[in-house]
Design a protein around this ligand. Structure first.
Ligand SMILES: Nc1ncnc2c1ncn2[C@@H]1O[C@H](COP(=O)(O)OP(=O)(O)OP(=O)(O)O)[C@@H](O)[C@H]1O
Length: 259
């Protein structure tokens, strides 16, 4: 069970900015996300989603601004590591290991007591239908099987805040449903889940709140239903229409600013 104090925001970012040379990846972005929230993070390619997650997990440093996760500054990498779990878009896995060996190794690095680790690993392997293949080498796995192993790796230490980059990418419908169910269960147990995905039905199914990022700026926030109803698309009332309308409005505004 995550140990977060519910009075402290799970994620608190103020005026975050990240540049790579002349490229502005993130521009003055502020966020406050309460404990136990499933936060859907949407944005077109190149909007700055991965950059945001790398900043909030302490993997990269901001050019300006500050961020805290569970009250801990993200530049305190050692302390942050115990609070966060991160499933990146291309997860690092030791392909010569089996999933079980890999997960045992990660549990060891995380200093999870052996008995607890074995219990969790068995439970997750079972839950994600990976138990029968757990002793085969990861190099023989399909993309979806690798994604499942990486997902287990990201939650093994029972983090307070879980960052997921396209967690259902490459998964068949049954596996995708298992991940969605796991996300909902985690949130019920008090974990905060920060979910970046292009798969809008996943956001609609699990997110309590969402934020839309465009060109390094947060252009809207709210509940999925709130965002959908606030945006007059003139078409159907779907989150997809709202997302497309928001990001094209932002594109027009950004073009006008540069004229
Ligand atoms: N290491 C880097 N060096 C230079 N530019 C970078 C670097 N990482 C990201 N960028 C630039 O920052 C911007 C934001 O990239 P980022 O990967 O955060 O976007 P994203 O929203 O995650 O995109 P996608 O949905 O395609 O994964 C892009 O213009 C990208 O080219």
């Amino acid at each position: 069970m995550p140990s977060t104090d519910r009075d402290v925001a799970a994620i608190d970012a103020t005026n975050l900015r990240k540049t790579y040379g002349s490229e502005v990846a993130l521009d003055d972005m502020s966020l406050s996300i309460s404990t136990g929230t499933v936060y859907g993070f949407l944005g077109p390619n190149g909007a700055g989603k991965t950059t945001t997650m790398r900043l909030l997990t302490g993997l990269t440093q901001p050019t300006a601004g500050t961020a805290r996760v569970c009250g801990t500054p993200v530049d305190d990498r050692r302390a942050i590591a115990s609070h966060v779990g991160y499933l990146p878009e291309t997860p690092p896995l030791y392909e010569e290991f089996s999933a079980r060996e890999h997960l045992d190794y990660v549990a060891d690095l995380r200093e999870i007591p052996t008995e607890t680790a074995t219990e969790r690993i068995d439970e997750y392997l079972e839950r994600l239908d990976l138990a029968d293949d757990a002793d085969k080498r990861i190099s023989t796995y399909s993309k979806g099987m690798q994604q499942k192993a990486a997902f287990i790796q990201s939650v093994l230490h029972d983090p307070d805040v879980l960052f997921l980059d396209e967690p259902t990418s490459g998964l068949d419908p049954r596996a995708a449903r298992r991940i969605r169910e796991a996300i909902t269960d985690f949130a019920e147990s008090g974990m905060t889940v920060f979910l970046s995905t292009h798969i809008l039905p996943v956001v609609e199914a699990v997110a309590d709140e969402l934020g839309v990022l465009f060109d390094g700026k947060l252009v809207t926030e709210g509940t999925p239903a709130g965002v959908t109803s606030r945006v007059e698309t003139g078409e159907s009332d779907s989150l997809e229409d709202a997302f497309l309308a928001l990001t094209s409005e932002s594109e027009i505004a950004a073009a006008a600013e540069t004229e």
